[in-house]
Design a protein around this ligand. Structure first.
Ligand code: NDP
Length: 295
C-alpha cells in the first residue's frame, strides 16, 4: 500500500520507521534534512512538498504538534489537500483537538477523502517497540481501513466513537498524567524535605495505593537518577491539558482539578521553555522547594 507520512518528530519518526517495513512509504518533514536522512535509513521516499507526499497515497498519516499545524498543512497549492485523491484515507495521529478534527473531516469529506483521528499513547519507547495504544475516532468503515495500517506501530487499537472521540480520550488521558506528575512531585518534595529517603518513599508508594505510571516509571527512570531525557515536550502536555479543559467544559462537567493543573503547567512552560520535557515540571517543584528528589 502507498502511505504518506507527515511529521518525523520524536514520536512520528519511530512510528514511520515501522510503516517503512511493511508499506511503500513517502515522508515529508518541515525540516527537509530529517526526511532525507529518514528515507535513506529506512528505504522510504522523501517528498519535496506535503502535496507530493499525498499524491497517489491510499493513506496519509499526520503526526504534528497540534491540530493547527494539521489544518495549515492542508492549505495551499503545495498542501496536502491538493495532493489527496478521492477515496484516500487521512489518519491524524497528532494529539489534536476534537472540534478541529470534526472540521477537518468535513472539509476532506467534500473531496471524497475519509478521516479518522488516531492519537497514540506509550511514549517514544512504545513507538520504538511498536506497542502504542491507539485511540481512534471515526466511522466503522474508516476504522476498519485504518486498523491494519495502525497495527504497524500499535498494539491496542481501540475505536472510541465518531470523529473527535480519539482526541477527546487522548486529551483526558494526558490531563490525568499531568495532574499526577504535579501531585507526585509535590508529595515527594515534602517527604524528602522531612527526611524520608527518596528511593524508599518511591518504593513504599509503589507498594501502596498511591502508585501510578508516574511513580512506577517516570520517577525511578528520570527523577531519582537525575537524568532528564527529552522525549515528550512539556509544551505538548500543556496543549493536551488545554484540550481536556475545554472538552470538560463542552460536556458541562466542572473540572477544578484540571483547571489548576493546567494553570500550573502553563506557568512551568513559560518558565522552562518550549523544549523542556514534561517530567521537568518536577524539577521546577524541586527548585521551588529547595530540595532534590534523588536516590
Ligand atoms: P515533536 O515536537 O518532536 O515533533 C513535531 C513534528 O512536527 C516535527 O516533525 C516538526 O518538524 C513538525 N512541525 C512542527 N511545527 C510544524 C509546522 N508549523 N509545520 C509543519 N511541521 C511542523 O513532537 P512529537 O513527535 O513528540 O509529537 C507529535 C504529536 O504526538 C503531538 O501531538 C504530541 O502531543 C503527540 N505525542 C507525543 C508523544 C511523545 O512521547 N513524544 C507521546 C504521545 C503523543 P521539524 O522537524 O521541522 O521541527
Amino acid at each position: 500500500m502507498r502511505v504518506g507520512f507527515i511529521g518525523l518528530g520524536a514520536i512520528g519518526a519511530p512510528m514511520a520507521a515501522h510503516l517503512a517495513k511493511q508499506e511503500s512509504l513517502t515522508v515529508w518533514n518541515r525540516t527537509g534534512a530529517r526526511a532525507t536522512e529518514f528515507a535513506a535509513l529506512h528505504g522510504a521516499h522523501a517528498a519535496a512538498t506535503p502535496r507530493q507526499a499525498a499524491t497517489e497515497a491510499e493513506v496519509v498519516i499526520t503526526c504534528l504538534p497540534t491540530s493547527r499545524e494539521v489544518e495549515s498543512l492542508l492549505d495551499g497549492p503545495d498542501g496536502l489537500e491538493a495532493g489527496l485523491e478521492r477515496g484516500a484515507l487521512f489518519i491524524d495521529c497528532t494529539s489534536g483537538d476534537p472540534g478541529a478534527s470534526r472540521r477537518i473531516a468535513q472539509r476532506l469529506a467534500r473531496r471524497g477523502v475519509a478521516f479518522v483521528d488516531a492519537p497514540v499513547s506509550g511514549g517514544v519507547s512504545g513507538a520504538e517497540a511498536g506497542t502504542l495504544t491507539v485511540m481512534v475516532g471515526g466511522d466503522e468503515e474508516s476504522f476498519a481501513r485504518a486498523r491494519p495500517v495502525l497495527s504497524a506501530f500499535g498494539k491496542r487499537i481501540e475505536h472510541l466513537g465518531p470523529v473527535g472521540a480519539g482526541h477527546a480520550m487522548k486529551a483526558v488521558n494526558n490531563a490525568l498524567l499531568a495532574v499526577n506528575l504535579i501531585a507526585v512531585g509535590e508529595a515527594l518534595a515534602a517527604l524528602v524535605k522531612a527526611g524520608v529517603l527518596a528511593r524508599t518513599a518511591v518504593e513504599v508508594l509503589n507498594a501502596s495505593s498511591g502508585r501510578s505510571f508516574v511513580s512506577e516509571t517516570l520517577v525511578p527512570e528520570r527523577v531519582l537518577t537525575g537524568r532528564w531525557p527529552r522525549t515528550f515536550r512539556l509544551a505538548l502536555l500543556d496543549k493536551d491539558v488545554r484540550i481536556a479543559r475545554s472538552f470538560l467544559k463542552d460536556a458541562g462537567v466542572e473540572g477544578p482539578v484540571l483547571e489548576l493543573a493546567g494553570q500550573l503547567l502553563s506557568q512551568a512552560r513559560a518558565e522552562l521553555g518550549e523544549t523542556a520535557d514534561h517530567a521537568e515540571v518536577i524539577r521546577l517543584i524541586e527548585r521551588r522547594a529547595g530540595v532534590e528528589i534523588r536516590g
